[in-house]
Design a binder for this molecule. Structure first.
Ligand code: HEC
Ligand code: HEC
Length: 403
């Protein structure tokens, strides 16, 4: 827009400030040689660990810029937090020293372990160092931050917040667990997450996305080992098979946890999962319509934790949920298309069968494969009134003018 007389000064100033901030950020974050020369350590974790979120429904959605303030409210509402700064200094220093020994620094990332999973998951030093450079260059850092805590300079101002990788928990997986397979990370990077700030990185070469996936895995493993150590030192060992921790044995304990966490990633990678999809014919065909109809009945069943209890009015009136990070999630509006992860049939199967534990969406181990596929057909056709059998269309789109 052309200058309007008298206001010429402020856009210039804004531009100047923007340039100054840009240069500063580039200097701090983008400049590889700088980082490598200085070999900064990862900063110590000081933000609260969320061990348990309140059972009740959140009062309101997490507001941009209020993450820390809202964490403080969790405890009052029945959540459980551990504050690293409440631990004795020497224990925190011992954790930091062990982390540095096992995982290196941002410029020289490594994993010190004999676990064969390290090679299998592509976590060699060379790949991690290349992945780390891409992570800084392609702005992951600005949202997900140096340690992967999701609190980068831009991250605090977007909701939903960027993923905090440090619990090793992901949402959009096909492994049957909270650990993603490589192909899940690659899909997220390729497609982005619709309706959120997470962009698509389809323009990068596939090999680059693969290196980024390795670096995300590394940050997630590092963050989880740190999380577990801090929780255990606070007397709250979390997760299955996590032993109590004596303050004198921090380094060995963390080395053992590193191996265990890598094994969990390896198992996710190798999990055999989604069965082949039955042939229900094209949308609109009799078999397909029958499947959609059965899916609708399941979706709207009157019992606790049925789909519609969270995805109220098919997601147009969702009931907020706490996420494991203490932030809030909004159950998807399933009449909208596309959904965040733009799930195909196979991913919808995975989401419905194993739920999204990070947000408390339940798994359904009790459903037959046929029932899960019926729900998949229903969810896939839901945004498209013409694909719905008349009774379902009237229920979902009462204003659609009848069958
Ligand atoms: C502008 C901010 C932004 C940038 C830049 C960004 N992300 Fe994200 N990312 C997000 C947000 C927001 C989410 C979480 C969305 C949600 O949960 O609804 C996310 C989620 C993720 C997830 C988790 C997916 C899951 O299954 O839980 C991964 C992995 C990820 N990002 C990797 C990356 C990588 C690697 C880069 C750089 C190549 C990157 N992101 C750049 C904002 C960003
Ligand atoms: C306890 C609450 C709850 C229940 C019950 C529930 N969901 Fe969800 N669901 C959620 C939340 C919360 C999200 C949003 C996750 C996010 O994007 O952060 C979600 C997201 C989804 C998504 C979108 C995934 C994407 O890629 O964006 C689908 C599909 C879905 N749910 C289907 C179902 C179906 C089908 C059922 C019943 C079998 C069901 N949900 C039951 C809470 C629930």
């Amino acid at each position: 827009m052309a200058d309007k007389g008298g206001m010429g000064e402020s856009p210039g100033l804004v531009r100047l400030l923007r340039t100054a901030v840009g240069l500063l950020l580039a200097g701090m974050l983008g400049c590889r040689s700088n980082l490598e020369e200085l070999d900064y350590a990862f900063p110590s974790r000081v933000d609260a660990l969320v061990l348990r979120v309140p059972d009740q429904v959140p009062e309101q959605a997490t507001q941009p810029g209020h993450w820390e303030a809202e964490l403080n409210l969790l405890q009052r509402r029945g959540g459980q937090l551990v504050r690293p700064l409440d631990l004795p200094l020497e224990q925190r220093l011992a954790v930091d020293a062990a982390l540095k020994e096992l995982f290196g620094t941002p410029a020289r990332p490594r994993l010190v372990t004999d676990s064969p999973a390290k090679e299998l998951l592509g976590l060699t030093e060379e790949r991690l160092s290349q992945g780390g450079q891409l992570y800084r260059r392609h702005r992951c850092l600005q949202c997900h931050n140096v340690t992967g805590d999701g609190r980068g300079p831009a991250g605090q101002w977007v909701t939903p917040y960027p993923r905090d990788f440090r619990q090793g928990v992901f949402k959009f997986t096909t492994s049957g667990s909270v650990k993603p397979r490589r192909q899940d990370l690659l899909r997220t990077l390729q497609l982005g997450l619709k309706g959120t700030a997470m962009p698509s990185f389809a323009l990068l070469a596939e090999a680059e996305r693969d290196l980024l996936a390795s670096y995300v895995t590394y940050l997630a493993v590092r963050g989880q080992v740190e999380f577990e150590a801090l929780a255990a030192l606070a007397g709250q060992p979390c997760g299955q098979g996590v032993e109590p921790l004596e303050a004198s044995a921090v380094a060995e304990w963390m080395a053992r946890r590193l191996t265990a966490v890598l094994t969990a990633w390896e198992q996710a990678e190798q999990a055999v999962v989604v069965p082949p999809s039955p042939d229900d014919g094209p949308p609109g065909s009799p078999a397909h319509q029958a499947a959609v109809q059965r899916g609708w009945v399941l979706f709207t069943a009157k019992r606790d934790n049925s789909c519609i209890s969270c995805h109220g009015d098919y997601g147009r009136q969702p009931q907020l949920r706490y996420e494991v990070w203490g932030t809030t999630a909004r159950p998807a509006n399933l009449t909208d298309s596309p959904l965040k992860s733009q799930p195909g049939a196979e991913q919808l199967y995975a989401r419905i069968r194993w739920g999204i534990p990070a947000v408390g969406m339940p798994a359904h181990p009790d459903y037959s494969d046929r029932q899960v596929w019926d729900l998949v057909r229903f969810v896939q056709s839901l945004p498209f009134p013409r694909e719905l059998p008349p009774e379902v269309r009237m229920a979902v789109y009462p204003d659609s003018g009848g069958p």
